[in-house]
Structure formats: C-alpha cells, structure tokens
Design a protein. Sequence first.
Lengths: 84, 84
Amino acid sequence: MNSLFKALNDPIRRDILKYLRERDLTAGEIADLFDISKPSISHHLDILRHAGLVSSEKQGQFITYSINTTVLDEVLEWIIALKR
Amino acid sequence: MNSLFKALNDPIRRDILKYLRERDLTAGEIADLFDISKPSISHHLDILRHAGLVSSEKQGQFITYSINTTVLDEVLEWIIALKR
DNA sequence: TAGATATTTAGACAAATGTCTAAATATTTT
DNA sequence: AAAATATTTAGACATTTGTCTAAATATCTA
C-alpha cells in the first residue's frame, strides 16, 4: 500500500505508466521519452516494479517493461472505502 | 493532481482521513490519536487542506476539520483511465 | 486583566528522494 | 576477440519531507 502510493507520487512515474498503457516498451525507449538520464529512468522503473505496477522481461540485451494495473485495485478499494 | 498524490503518500495523513470519515474532529483531537507532536499534525493537516482533502472551520479557540472526498474523484478517474 | 487552553508559525535537523556522472555487466555485431 | 549497444549499479549531491522544540497568536475563563 505504502509502496503503491509512493510509486504514484511522481509525475515521471505516472507518465511512464501512461506510456506503458499504450504498449510495452524497453528501458531505452522509455528513457527516450523523457529529458532525464537513463540511470534516473532505471531508478523510477525500479520503484514501479517494487510496487508491482510494472514487470520486466529480458529479451537479449533489451529489457521490456509491461504495466500491471491489477495492483491498483487495492488503491481503488481504499479510496472507495473512504468515500463510502 | 500532484498535491493529491503527495497528500496521500503518507500513512499518518491516510489515517487522519480515515478518522475524519467517522466524524469531524478538532486539531487537538486528531493530534491525540497519534504519537507525534501537535505541530507535526498541524503540518499534515495543512498538506491535506492544500490538496483539498479536508476543510477547516474555526469555532472559538478550536478548529474543526472535515473530510472532503470529492477531490478523490480525480484520482479515481486517473486510475480507472489507466486500467481501461 | 491575567492565566489557561487550542492551534499555528518559525526554524533547525535528520532522513528520504530524485538527479547526475562514471563504471560495471550483459549481449550483440563485426 | 574487440567494439558497440542496452541497461543497471554505485556513489555523490541538492532538494524535499517529516519531525521536533520554542515561540507566537487567538480565544476562553476566573
């Protein structure tokens, strides 16, 4: 729960999720979409992965990232319970 | 949007919202529910207010805080759009 | 009006966060 | 095997964050 809210609390990470919603992307492709260094993107991806929001698969020298939105159900439930 | 995610990214602030869901509370009552100082709670309330998640009303020497969950719709929509 | 109570503001400080460059690791290509 | 490419790891550094104590402000009560 904590790691989820933490992962969502950054505009770059939220944008990464939006891009991954369109299609899977390699780390390099993601880095090219932003104006920050590759290591910084790598770190953001690590935080997203730790929260379960993305998964990664190594394909040769590339690493492809995919979004996983099921973990967001927990956040949805939390918010809905608060509103109820 | 940013201030909303930021406000939610702290366990104490999330707990404050849960308490306020039950009933309105004064700043002092809220502070008594936690093991941190009153100024710290005051600061958390400020962040929640800045995000529009709570409102406050001065009643004599007391300040009563109320939850406002409508702003969470924006977060809900953002998450649902991501899942869609 | 003086003292007590409720809350915030100010300022200090340690820990967490986001960024960078340089280097390491792994894979592919020539 | 050497060079090129893709990505991460390591470590440094500035900024942000959450906490504290002390002091300020406002209201109530004796």
